[in-house]
Ligand binder design. Structure first.
Ligand code: AMP
Ligand code: MG
Length: 414
């Protein structure tokens, strides 16, 4: 048996990040950035006003000073309105600060003078509402309310580093840094294969011996939730060994999938179709020291297509997806956050663990404690109990029991 961490390391080393593609920002959320995004220009691009108010020379802007309004600087205007001593220019948030100004006085800190020279009653002149004069109520500090060029980030700096999964905040930063498109790693396209002659599509009538097929439902949803693309879902009976081998060989040949996840038939049973069909194609089957998830296979078919073979038990599939498949696919997607975070919690109750194997137990935790999600223990067939679990308690191979109050490592899945 190999330690589960060694098995995971082998998978992660065997796969490579896929090629980058260029996407418009609007399509890039959730993709992984292939290259650092650098600022094409300083951010902000120019000194601009942080307030709606008046651009002034500080030497003029003593409390009580009356200034003549000689120009207007709305956001987006390209002009650089000049003004002299005793004068001011109205300015709006985001507008470039006129070269003659060294501070902004917010509109709340001035009094609009009553009209003069036949201007309208409210002290404004013309339809743009520009006042004729203002009175300064409070002296501005040097550079008051001016956002300086490059104050956020200078030109040529890393705005978003390669390897991050692009969030709305990253995309806004890339746009502000001057980019309309980004290079991201192509999302891995994954084919899902279920094996077993007892399986019937979920929701259909069952005769004795048959069960609803749930692994492809689980895997397709998990892949989708992780922003991988499900390109094919198929099912093979235990006697269809050659068909399964042919299917995987075709997937490797046509290049339509970047990885295959097979469930069931990975063990030593007489009808373990995955093992019989795929071992000859280069998938290596071994015993991994974890419960659930002991019989597993992995290999590169035709030296290029990663094929993950998981045991058929639904709980084992959920656990093995989290512990092995997801990290490897995240390496393929170029993600620098490959592993889920873990936290420590006290066991709320005691439970038993298998000897000589680590245990990955679907669990429920709160701020301080953790407990198994299933009253029935850690059986890998307890699929409905999965619906109650949020996280995965991971107990090392050396332990054969967890006592109430013991500290337990918990992988946070949500
Ligand atoms: P296997 O690994 O093929 O021996 O399967 C182990 C157990 O998991 C058996 O009880 C199977 O019936 C069950 N099983 C295998 N594949 C699936 C599937 N796709 N959906 C639901 N249960 C499955
Ligand atoms: Mg089977």
């Amino acid at each position: 048996m190999i330690p589960w961490q060694d098995h995971r390391a082998r998978l992660m080393e065997a796969v490579r990040a896929l090629d980058p593609v260029e996407l418009p920002l609007a399509e890039a959320r959730g993709a992984v950035l292939a290259d650092d995004v650098r600022t094409m220009h300083p951010v902000p691009l120019f000194d601009n006003s942080a307030m709606d108010g008046f651009a002034v020379r500080r030497s003029d802007a003593r409390p009580g000073a009356r200034l003549r309004v000689v120009g207007d600087a709305p956001a987006g205007a390209a002009e650089d309105p000049s003004f002299g001593p005793g004068e001011t220019v109205r300015i709006m948030t985001g507008a470039p600060v006129p070269s003659d100004a060294d501070a902004i006085v917010p509109i709340e800190k001035v009094r609009i003078d009553p009209a003069e020279d036949g201007a309208p009653e409210n002290g404004t002149t013309g339809s743009d509402g520009l006042p004729a004069r203002i009175e300064i109520l409070e002296e501005p500090k040097p550079g008051a309310h001016i956002r300086r060029l490059g104050e956020d980030t200078p030109a040529g700096e890393i705005a978003v580093p390669a390897g991050v999964e692009l969030t709305p905040w990253h995309l806004a930063a890339a746009a502000s840094a001057g980019h309309g498109r980004v290079r991201v790693i192509r999302r891995p396209r994954v084919a899902v294969v279920s094996t077993g002659s007892e399986l019937v599509p979920a929701g259909q009538e069952l005769r004795r011996g048959q069960i609803p097929e749930s692994n492809s439902v689980l895997l397709a949803a998990a892949l989708d939730a992780d922003a991988f693309e499900v390109v094919d879902v198929s099912w093979f009976r235990d006697e269809d060994c050659e068909d399964l081998a042919g299917h995987v060989r075709a997937l490797a040949a046509d290049g339509l999938a970047d990885a295959v996840v097979v469930s069931g038939g990975a063990s030593v049973g007489a009808f373990d179709v995955a093992k019989h069909a795929l071992a000859p194609l280069g998938v290596r089957f071994e015993k991994v020291a974890i419960q659930p998830g002991k019989p597993q296979g992995f290999g590169l078919v035709d030296d290029r297509l990663p094929v993950f073979c998981l045991p058929g038990n639904p709980v084992a599939v959920s656990v093995c997806y989290e512990l092995f498949v997801r990290p490897a696919l995240r390496v393929m997607s170029g993600n620098d956050q490959v592993l889920r975070p873990t936290v420590l919690r006290r066991a709320r109750v005691g439970w038993t663990c298998p000897k000589g194997r680590a245990q990955a137990l679907p669990a429920i935790m709160d701020e301080r404690t953790v407990a198994p999600a299933s009253a029935g223990g850690s059986g890998s067939h307890l699929v409905v109990s999965l619906a109650r679990a949020h996280d995965l308690a991971i107990v090392p191979a050396a332990a054969d029991r967890v006592e109430a109050g013991d500290e337990v490592e918990v992988m946070v899945l949500s």
